[in-house]
Design a protein around this ligand. Sequence first.
Ligand code: ZN
Length: 135
Amino acid sequence: MEYTKPLPAVNADNEQFWKGCADHELRFQKCTQCGFVRWPASIICPECHSGDTELIRANGKGTVYSFVVYHVAYHPEFKDDLPYVVALVELDEGPRILSNIVGCAPGDVACDMPVEVVWEDITGEWSLPKFRPLS
Ligand code: ZN
């Protein structure tokens, strides 16, 4: 079935992240000067302004920092998913990324709930990181 929802907007900074997702890996820039792991990707460290960086692979685990339950589809292609959860997931390595919580009822989602990444292969090229409760 054709995927009709919006696709990631790739640029030079986030390209490595999305390539990692295609390989089912969460890759982030880590500053080699101060150790800060950053998201969104950027050309310099927001903490110390160094341009020295390495890519790290996150372990895919974190906790729900905040979340909302969508009961209205603000894009028509999400209508069949209602109600669904949009959450800010704080990863063990530090970055907070926006994603969906899947694998449980929206009413079961809570702040500080442990979650782990699960991959949704949306096209032959793209995979999206989603999160489910850590069992
Ligand atoms: Zn830094």
